[in-house]
Structures are given as structure tokens and as C-alpha cells.
Design a protein around this ligand. Structure first.
Ligand code: NOJ
Length: 751
């Protein structure tokens, strides 16, 4: 490698070695505290309870006037018309006794009008700067309508793709999840949440929601305290440390206690341990749902339990507005607890600048949506989020060497579906599908035949498949766009079978028989089981629902104008019945890889002949793809790791340099990942844990020195004594392109 080039790469890399930006907190502001206290002193009990009441609006605006004027509504959700927002604010600010503005919320989950990749896709970019930019753009669009609060980021760790809301998660890893949460909080709120284009973020669902038993939404979870602290809480804590203004409780009960009524969570951990001074909102009706849980006797009891546990605003169960006054008068809820809740709610409203600027400038919506730069950002995010799972050399296609392509499959031209779940305000009219993008970019050079073969991703009418295969034979390459309609993932959209639905696998199988190169491009809300489909294509590009600009991003990737660089934020399983995650513990009998699978054992074989280890006899000893996996058009080799020292103290950082070479292919970005294993602990320790990652551009033929400085304190965990600390001893460290490759180096943490 040329010295100058090496120097340039090293400079670029070392500049990115500087410590991460310190996480800022909003901090308490004495003027705000003074205003909150003064206002609180003027409030009647009814007015205080009104602040704790959130309703979803719709229909006739004036029908809410009486309640708003009487101070019975503290927050509304689902109003995105700025004129109506201003009318509600006028009722609150000019026509009510205490002039307290309303906080308007909306689920702006992965974009507002311009839709970015679903959060699972955004996580697969491993690009926190980009994630922050997407949240910034979403906040700019949403705030133009008067929306001042989004219910994002979702911080629930998700290890089970049957769960429909895995789409809305950042996947299975606490570090990636935490870093994504911080990025999104920063993007939404900025350093100044009172700015007109900033909105409040909300870390949700506190806590455990993603571990729903059997992957069935809303279901119970069983996460013991130590697991909770070592895996599930860190992303929330990171969001709190980043200054998030609000927290939402979760629907599930964990080990018998519904989150909305869990004072250990909402008081002991959130307030006392973490010092959170923003506000806590319930999830939609989750207060009243404690009756269904069998935890509360009726609505009033539910209100008592939630208010006493520290849930401060009730979303849509109306139990607070209908029972809290009586509960206070009967001495079942202390007025001082109501005061504490209202103080937190008002503090958030002050921090958002709502008292100073309750109205939205209605001219702001003009030109606010789908700006050129926002669309470019959406395209870049979709590009970086696509994960190349297989490539036998079919990709990238060379437009100068082929003349005719077949575009087929139900997701090729399905503008609504590629937006994915939680895209309330995304419009399909603004979506660019792969078909549209392919025609626009390459239509002048290539003959593009479009034949979807299936009506939608669930269609199992196989009548069109033969024609698709016949068309494939007349073409030079086949692009099959498969996956899931938007409706197949998201809240309450869980699946027992997570393989491709309908006739999609049959279509791919038939296309492969055409003998032409077949590229499968999957757009989905989860990690589908695509093992058998991989055998029926020459290349597979996997995009989680990519959003408004998914089409151009995918088209560019297919034709090599962009290079795939996404990495999997979740482990891919071979079959729906499997659950794997990379940071599991080893068990006493880990699989060796030499086990005999069911298909290979003779009849009447003895019970022990398969090997008594931890695996699926009808499937595999390994998942299909490991966490962190993703190919590129470049070939990267990991050419060695240098540790600054193989003995570190508790106060040190682990300084590592990895040499990553782009052996062949185009200049390309690689997500370089550092995994660490704590070899022996006071409790069993994960096989590996992601401790750092960096997305690095490595020019063709060059070697990058990628450096990391990981504080030893990042190795801390809650051990047998439940105290978070680093346990001295031996550690292994890998730097690799995924969680299942590379050779470790070892180091020691001294006493
Ligand atoms: C229920 C969902 O669980 C939550 O995530 C969302 O923010 C609220 N509904 C509001 O729509």
C-alpha cells in the first residue's frame, strides 16, 4: 500500500478514534423549577389530574373545547393538522383558567412524511450519525405541524422474529440498541428541545416488552432482575443519560407485575437510581388493562396502582380523569404524589418551550415534507441498511453487459408495503419503488420486463409462476422482489411461521430453473427464515422495509452504483421454531458442530447417538446467519489485531488496533466490530458481547488501521452480588466483520 494513501486512511480513522461525544442531559433549570412550582400552587386537584390525562383526538375539534377549557386534558395525540393544533392550543392557552399549553404527540417512528427504513433497518446501518440525522429530519417535518412529542425510540431488545414489533426495534444487542437510542434522542430533541423544530423523544416500552413469551405481542415476560440489568435496561439508561424527556411504560407483565403498576421500575430504578426528572406516560390503555392482567380489580383500582407506582400520564384509559380525585380524597393516593407527577409533566412542557411558543407557525408546512435533502438522506439510509446475504458473483449487475431483465415478485412495485409498519403519515404517492427506480435509472439502456407473478406477499395462487419462468428465460437476469407486506409486521402482527408467505418461495424456485442469474431482493419487517430460498438464488440482498426511497437505493446497489454495507442487527434462524441470539451463554453442553442431524441417523438409533448437546436435531447446530453478518462487493480480510497491553487495570481503556484490508473490489465501507468474552465470572457470561463498532471506508487494495479505546468499565455487569462491577480475570477479544468469525486475542483485567 502506498505510504501516502495509508497515511490518509490512518488519519481518517484516527480522527474517528476520538472519544464519543459526551452524552448531554437537559439538567435542571432553576427558572423552570420556579415556574413549575408557582404554577402548581395555583392548580386545583382537578386541574392537576387533567394534566395527567392524555386523549387521542379525531372528528370535531370543538367537541373537545369544554374539556380543554376546564383543564381536563394535558396532552393529545394524533392531531397533525397545524390549524387544528393551534385551535386546541387556543382553547388551552387563551380560554382556560391557567393557560397551560397542550402537549401534542404522534408516533413518528421512522420518519414523518418522508419514511426512513424501519428501526430494525436503521440499526443494520450501524451508523449512529446517520440515525441521528434521520431523527432530526423527522422532527423537522413533524414539528412543522405542531407535533411536539414522538413515541420513539423503542428500546426493547428483540430476539424473536415472530414478534411483529421486532420491526420497530434495533435488534438483539444492548450496545447497538443503546447507541441507536442515544442517536435518535439527540436527533429529535437536539441540545435545545425548546427550539421550534425540536420534539420530545420517548424511550419505550419500559420494560421487557420485546421478550414477549412465544413472540406473541403483549404477552408476559419472565426476565429476572440480573438479566434485566445486564441486557434489557442499558438501552433505556442510555436514553435517559442522553436527556430524553419522556418514558413510556410497557403492556407486558414481567414475572407477574405489569409495568404500568411497577413501582420498582418506575420509582426505584428510574427515579432513585437513574435520577430521571422527565415524565412517564402509560402505553395506550395499559392502565386499565391491568384489570385484564388480573392485577387490578377495576378501573379505579388500576388508577390507584398506576399512580402509586409512578405512572404520571394516562394514555387513553380515562381511569385517572375518572377516579384519581376520589382516590386522593379517600387517602388511597397521596396528593403529594399527584403534585410530583404534575411537576414532571409541566417541567417537560417548559423544557419544550410550549409556554413561550404554544402555537405552530402554519406557514411552516409549506415545503416542509419530502425536501430534496431529506429524500437524499432517506436514500442513503436505505442504501446503508441493505444487507448482502449471498453473492455467487451475480451482483453487481453490469448494465453494459446485459440487455434485458425481468423484474418480478410482489414487492417490486408495492409503494405502501415498502414503507413498513408505523408509517401513519407516509404517503405511497411519494414512494419510489424498485421498479420505478430501475426504469428511471436504467430504462434507457435496458429492456425491463415487469411481471409480478403474485398479487401480494401472501398470494398463494401460483398460476402466474410458469409465465414468470418463461419470461425469465428470455432475459439476461432476473430480479425477484419478495418479502412481507407492511401489514405482516408491527404491533399485534406476530407470526408463528416466519418463512416467506404465499407462493413466493415457489416463484423463486421456478425462476432458478430458468438457468438465468436470479437476484432475490427481500423487503421485510423481520428476520425471515430464508434458508431454502437462498438455495434458489444466486444473490440475496436483504432490506428491512426500506421506506420512501427504498427503490433507488436497491436499484443502485444491484447495479453497483452503491456497495452493500449493512450488517444484521439480529441473528437469522433456520426455522420459525428456533430462537438464537449471539450473546447467549454457552450452556454446559454447547454444540460442537459434529452432531448428527435427524436426516442422517439410522432407524432405531439409540437415544444418545445424536450427541447430547444443545442444538435442533431437525435443523442445525448453528443459526443461519450470525448477528453482525453482511457481505460487500469488496472482499475484506482481517489481518491482525494489536492490543496496546495484555494486562489492564479497572481504570484503563482497552486499546486495540485492527488491520482490515480491502483485498479486491470497489472502495467500500465495512462495519468493524469488537467482541469481548469474559471467560469466567461469578455468573455465567455471554459467549461474546459487542463492545464497540465503527463503520469505515476502506479504499480498494488498502489496509485500514482501525483503532478502538474501550473503557474497562464497559466490561462491568451485575454478578452474583447484584452489584455492577468488572470482575478481574481473563478475557478474549475479537475484531471481526460479524459475531461468528475471527480469532481471539486474550488480555487480563488485574485486581
Ligand atoms: C401503542 C403502542 O404500543 C405505543 O408504542 C404507541 O406509541 C402508542 N400505542 C401510541 O400510539
Amino acid at each position: 500500500m502506498q505510504r501516502a494513501a495509508l497515511l490518509a486512511v490512518a488519519m481518517f480513522l484516527f480522527s474517528s478514534c476520538s472519544p464519543q461525544r459526551t452524552v448531554g442531559t437537559v439538567g435542571s433549570d432553576s427558572r423552570i423549577e420556579h415556574s413549575v412550582d408557582s404554577l402548581l400552587r395555583l392548580m386545583t386537584l382537578e386541574e392537576k389530574i387533567g394534566q395527567m390525562n392524555q386523549i387521542s383526538v379525531g372528528g370535531d375539534v370543538e367537541s373537545y373545547a369544554e374539556h380543554i377549557r376546564a383543564g381536563r386534558i394535558g396532552s393529545i395525540l394524533n392531531e397533525t393538522d397545524p390549524v387544528k393544533v393551534n385551535r386546541y392550543q387556543k382553547m388551552a392557552v387563551e380560554e382556560s383558567r391557567l393557560h397551560i399549553p397542550i402537549l401534542v404527540g404522534r408516533d413518528v417512528i421512522h420518519g414523518f412524511h418522508t419514511i426512513f427504513p424501519i428501526p430494525l433497518g436503521l440499526a443494520s446501518t450501524f451508523d449512529t450519525e446517520l440515525a441521528e440525522k434521520t431523527a432530526r429530519a423527522a422532527a423537522e417535518e413533524a414539528s412543522a405541524t405542531g407535533v411536539k412529542w414522538t413515541f420513539s425510540p423503542m428500546c426493547d431488545l428483540a430476539r424473536d422474529s415472530r414478534w411483529g414489533r421486532i420491526a420497530e426495534s434495533s435488534g438483539e444487542d444492548p450496545l447497538l440498541d443503546a447507541q441507536m437510542a442515544v442517536a435518535l434522542v439527540r436527533g429529535y430533541q437536539t441540545d435545545d428541545p425548546s427550539a421550534p423544530d425540536a420534539i420530545a423523544a420517548c424511550v419505550k416500552h419500559f420494560f421487557g416488552y420485546g421478550a414477549a413469551e412465544g413472540g406473541r405481542d403483549y404477552n408476559s415476560t419472565y426476565i429476572p432482575e440480573r438479566q434485566m440489568r445486564n441486557f434489557f435496561l442499558p438501552p433505556f439508561k442510555a436514553g435517559i443519560d442522553a436527556g430524553v424527556l419522556t418514558v413510556m411504560t410497557s403492556f407486558n407483565d414481567n414475572d407477574g407485575v405489569p409495568s404500568t403498576g411497577n413501582s420498582h421500575l418506575l420509582k426505584d430504578i428510574l427515579r432513585k437510581e437513574w435520577g430521571f426528572d422527565g415524565m412517564v406516560v402509560s402505553d395506550w390503555n395499559s392502565t386499565l388493562e391491568m384489570v385484564n392482567h388480573g392485577f387490578a380489580a377495576n378501573g379505579e383500582d388500576a388508577a390507584r396502582l398506576a399512580a402509586n407506582a409512578g405512572c404520571e400520564m394516562d394514555m387513553m384509559s380515562f381511569t385517572y380523569i375518572s377516579s384519581l380525585k376520589r382516590l386522593v380524597n379517600d387517602g388511597k393516593v397521596k396528593e403529594s404524589d399527584i403534585d410530583a407527577a404534575v411537576r414532571d409533566i409541566l417541567r417537560v412542557k417548559y423544557r419544550l418551550g410550549l409556554f413561550k411558543r404554544p402555537y405552530v407557525d402554519t406557514t411552516r408546512t409549506k415545503g416542509a415534507f419530502y425536501k430534496k435533502e431529506t429524500l437524499a438522506l432517506a436514500e442513503k439510509a436505505a442504501e446503508e441498511s441493505a444487507v448482502l446475504l449471498k453473492n455467487d458473483g451475480a451482483l453487481p449487475l453490469d448494465a453494459s453487459k446485459i440487455s434485458r431483465i425481468l423484474v418480478t415478485g410482489p414487492m417490486a412495485d408495492s409503494p405502501y408495503d415498502q414503507l413498513g409498519t408505523w408509517a401513519f403519515d407516509g404517503e405511497k404517492g411519494h414512494t419510489v419503488t424498485p421498479l420505478a427506480a430501475l426504469k428511471e435509472r436504467y430504462g434507457d439502456r435496458l429492456q425491463i420486463t415487469y411481471f409480478p407473478a403474485l398479487k401480494n406477499s401472501r398470494d398463494d395462487n401460483k398460476a402466474g409462476i410458469a409465465q414468470a419462468t418463461a419470461l425469465a428465460r428470455q432475459c439476461d437476469a432476473v430480479l425477484a422482489f419478495l418479502g412481507e407486506e407492511a401489514i405482516l409486521s408491527g404491533e399485534a402482527h406476530c407470526l408463528a411461521d416466519i418463512s416467506l408467505k404465499g407462493g413466493q418461495s415457489s416463484l423463486l424456485e421456478a425462476l432458478k430453473k430458468s438457468g438465468k442469474p436470479v437476484v432475490a431482493s427481500i423487503m421485510a419487517g423481520r428476520a425471515l427464515c430464508i434458508g431454502k430460498d437462498l438455495e434458489n438464488c444466486d444473490a440475496m440482498l436483504y432490506s428491512f422495509h426500506p421506506g420512501t426511497m427504498g427503490g433507488p437505493a436497491i436499484a443502485k446497489l444491484i447495479f453497483g452504483e452503491a456497495v452493500p454495507s449493512g450488517k444484521l442487527p439480529v441473528t437469522f434462524t433456520n426455522a420459525s421454531g428456533e430462537v438464537w441470539y449471539y450473546n447467549r451463554t454457552n450452556s454446559g453442553r454447547p454444540a460442537t458442530g459434529n452432531e448428527i442431524l435427524l436426516k442422517d441417523i439410522p432407524e432405531n438409533a439409540g437415544q444418545t447417538s445424536l450427541g447430547n448437546t444443545s442444538f435442533y436435531i431437525d435443523s442445525s447446530t448453528k443459526p443461519l446467519f450470525p448477528f453482525g453478518f453482511g457481505l460487500s462487493y469488496a472482499k475484506f480480510s482481517y489481518d491482525g489485531i494489536k492490543l496496546a497491553s495484555d494486562v489492564v487495570t479497572q481504570k484503563d481503556s482497552i486499546k486495540v488496533i485492527a488491520y482490515v484490508r480491502n483485498e479486491s473490489g470497489p472502495d467500500a465501507e465495512e462495519v468493524v466490530q469488537v467482541y469481548i468474552r469474559d471467560v469466567v465470572g461469578s455468573i455465567t457470561r455471554p459467549l461474546k458481547e459487542l463492545k464497540a463498532f465503527k463503520r469505515v471506508l476502506i479504499p480498494a487494495g488498502q489496509t485500514a488501521e482501525v483503532c478502538f479505546a474501550i473503557p474497562v468499565s464497559d466490561l462491568a455487569f451485575c454478578g452474583l452480588d447484584m452489584k455492577k462491577k468488572v470482575e478481574p480475570g481473563d478475557f478474549e477479544l475479537w475484531v471481526a466483520g460479524d459475531s461468528d468469525s475471527g480469532k481471539p486475542v486474550t488480555f487480563k483485567v488485574s485486581e
